[in-house]
Design a protein. Structure first.
Ligand SMILES: Cc1cc2nc3c(=O)[nH]c(=O)nc-3n(C[C@H](O)[C@H](O)[C@H](O)COP(=O)(O)OP(=O)(O)OC[C@H]3O[C@@H](n4cnc5c(N)ncnc54)[C@H](O)[C@@H]3O)c2cc1C
Ligand SMILES: C[S@@+](CC[C@H](N)C(=O)[O-])C[C@H]1O[C@@H](n2cnc3c(N)ncnc32)[C@H](O)[C@@H]1O
Length: 639
């Protein structure tokens, strides 16, 4: 993705926000909120059209200041007959920085409360898709920070209403090109409406060509006319094809109550799904998610690789989701103390500097630091440069699991079935049944989600093994060394002292099933700790250390698996069309990054199940699709 260039805050002589880049105003000089109501809400038949709907989706080209968004949110909140959920999907190439946005929005006192919420949750200026759930998940903003054309190409959403709000076509032709308007039409449901203040001939022609029946209506303020359109039935829209099921069928079994299962359960429960959570253990978070604490941070890569983009999306999503859990009164054990990721030992400094310079990301996300600066930030002497992630840190997975499950159980009819190991599953007339070793039914539901880590592919194969990789962390008493202030990561990693314990990790033991800590793994962890900091003195014997053992679930490409499960017994129509097991889903294979992956993975999974717009670009969703291994094998076989 190209470097993101934020918008510049500027006002025209009459006080209307203006873009020096495009030489045009952000909204009618007569009134931004007035234009939003007349042109965009009114032109799309809102609020009437969302009334009584379970879910309604608006797509906007050009988020700008969010005046249209705030006017829509306010109207939706005030409407007692509003849809249960409102999705607002918006595309913006040049977002404002948070302070500029807040300052500009202060000029709209009617939006004060909502504008504060928006600015408070405003994402950093980083390319990609940013999702924000407001009003306890009932109003969902999906903000795609990218050029409109590539954003539309990678968007997985279908819209009921469309706001076309670029700058004037003469000054901003890229927003109104025939390709872009055809792209918009591909995301419009049959009968979807669109509206814009522009009546330019080229816009009318391109919209008509793209399949919209248009009419001119009285314009807002000094504008004589505006355009309103309706999508004629034509082609298949690009977005979720499964409609959200009716209330009676919104029941899902989730197998596994670690980071994966809890995140999926939370996102389903806030979408009004009844969740039955089943775990083999006596309580939640007893597997890999039981470890004392782990690190969370994104990855960066010079070509902003798929893994880097996915980890950024997931990291930013987790920060927002965990803060939301805190706002809702849950105690999360975490600290954004910063993460120092050391450069590779030989020649890594220059390469890392070049990567970070080239990406041009804000320092609030990542910064190149030399060995001295890194040492000062981390409070630990290191001998190499590194990438500094100021918002990264450590978190205790079990506290996140508990917070999410408390949210689940505070909603209707949630159940947690402890000490029930799922031995098999079977298709029923209405969905899925999970059974114990004696064949007794544990639970039945239209939808089942497998979140049982290393055991997942046993219940439903995915065409590749899910390997179990043992890991051991060592608990070094804080008094036995001078603990760092931040997380430091090289070949191994060390966390700051948490409750008198410094976690150092971790072993990666592919074949082992040893569930108890071993002195040999402690030795390995201490050696990794010494390699992080040449001057570190550790006043402790490996044999005397405490620690924790967990088993990571890992697939060949080390990416998570999130989505519908493939049906290996069905041949499938074509190489790329893998048959799916209707109503059966998976979330997991988080390997060594469960803290980073889990929150976004839960959101993606629930969006898939409920037919919502996806919170990530289509290529990222495809990279974690559980059917990818089958698809790849078929492509290889087809030559
Ligand atoms: C040593 C070590 C260090 C790590 N450090 C970090 C780190 O620093 N940062 C980071 O982000 N991640 C780290 N991880 C990875 C992270 O812990 C995992 O990715 C994450 O916990 C996986 O969550 P999960 O829910 O998929 O699996 P788990 O937490 O293992 O949960 C799976 C659940 O499924 C249940 N289950 C299994 N089979 C069945 C069945 N048949 N029926 C019913 N229930 C079943 C289990 O009882 C368990 O509760 C580390 C992992 C290890 C091992
Ligand atoms: C008229 S303003 C939108 C005002 C906005 N709807 C509001 O309610 O505040 C047009 C927006 O389109 C954005 N834009 C211009 N060209 C773009 C492109 N090629 N891709 C995506 N966004 C673009 C601009 O940065 C600007 O924010």
């Amino acid at each position: 993705m190209p470097r993101l260039e934020p918008a510049t805050r500027a006002l025209a002589d009459d006080g209307t926000p203006i873009s020096p880049r495009y030489g045009d105003v952000y909204h009618s000089a007569d009134s931004g909120p007035g234009q939003a109501h007349h042109v965009f809400l009114g032109g799309n038949g809102l609020p009437e059209r969302w009334r009584g709907r379970a879910s309604f989706t608006i797509l906007e080209t050009g988020f700008g200041l969010g005046v249209n968004f705030l006017a829509t949110w306010q109207a939706w909140r005030a409407d007692p007959a509003r849809s249960r959920r409102l999705h607002y999907v918006a595309i913006e190439k040049h977002p404002f920085l948070r302070d500029d946005l807040a300052a500009l929005l202060a000029a709209y006192p009617g939006f004060a409360e909502l504008a504060d919420e928006l600015a408070g949750r405003w994402p950093p200026a980083l390319p990609g898709t940013h999702r924000r759930a407001f009003d306890d998940g009932r109003l969902v903003l999906t903000l795609v920070l990218d050029d409109v054309e590539s954003a539309l190409r990678r968007l997985d959403a279908v819209a009921d209403a469309i706001y076309l709000d670029g700058f004037a076509p003469a000054r901003n032709p890229a927003m109104w090109s025939p390709q872009v308007l055809r792209g918009v039409a591909r995301h419009a449901l049959p009968g979807a409406t669109c509206a814009t203040w522009s009546t330019a001939r080229a816009v009318r022609d391109a919209l008509a060509d793209a399949g919209f029946a248009l009419e001119t209506r009285p314009g807002f303020g000094h504008k004589r006319e505006m355009l309103a359109g309706r999508r004629l039935p034509r082609g298949t829209p690009r977005g979720p094809t499964t409609p959200s099921p009716p209330d009676g069928e919104r029941h899902a079994i989730v197998v596994g109550a670690g980071l994966a299962g809890a995140s999926a359960a939370w996102q389903l429960a806030r979408r009004r799904w009844r969740v039955t959570l089943v775990d083999a253990a006596a309580g939640p978070a007893t597997g890999a998610s039981s470890l004392h604490a782990g690190s969370f941070h994104p990855l960066v890569a010079r070509d902003d690789s798929l893994l880097a983009r996915l980890s950024r999306a997931a990291f930013l999503h987790a920060l927002d989701a965990w803060r939301e859990l805190e706002r809702r009164g849950h105690a999360i054990a975490w600290s954004r103390c910063g993460v120092l990721q050391l450069a590779r030992r030989h020649g890594g400094d220059a390469a890392l500097r070049a990567t970070i310079d080239e990406l041009g990301f804000p320092a609030s996300f990542v910064e190149f630091v030399d060995a001295d600066t890194g040492s000062a930030r981390a409070g630990l002497r290191v001998d190499r440069a590194g990438a500094w992630f100021p918002e990264g840190g450590w978190a205790r997975a079990s506290s996140i699991v508990r917070a999410q499950l408390d949210e689940v159980s505070s909603r209707h009819d949630a159940r947690f079935l402890a000490s029930r190991r799922v031995a098999s599953l079977a298709r029923t007339a209405d969905g899925w049944r999970v059974m114990d070793a004696s064949g007794e039914c544990i639970a039945d539901a239209p939808v089942a989600v497998l979140a049982n880590a290393t055991d997942l592919a046993r219940l439903s194969p995915i065409g590749t093994p899910v390997r179990s990789v043992r890991g051991q962390v060592s608990h070094v008493p804080a008094a036995a060394l001078a603990p760092p202030r931040a997380v430091v990561i090289g070949h191994g990693y060390v966390l700051p002292a948490i409750g008198g314990i410094v976690v150092a990790g971790s072993s990666y033991d592919v074949e082992s099933t040893q569930a108890e800590p071993t002195p040999a793994s402690h030795e390995g962890n201490l050696a990794r700790l010494r390699a992080l900091s040449p001057e570190i003195v550790i006043d402790a014997e490996a044999a005397a250390l405490g620690g924790g053992v967990g088993f990571r679930a890992v697939v060949a490409d080390r990416l998570p698996i999130v989505g519908a499960l493939p049906d290996l017994e069905q041949p499938g129509g074509s190489v790329d069309r893998v048959a799916l097991r209707d109503g059966l889903f998976a979330i997991g294979a988080f390997a060594s990054r469960g803290l980073v992956w889990s929150s976004l993975a839960g959101e993606i999974l629930a969006a898939r199940i409920d037919g919502d717009p996806l919170p990530v670009e289509t290529d990222l969703a495809a990279a974690i699709d559980p059917a990818r291994f089958v698809r790849r094998a078929r492509r290889r076989a087809a030559g």
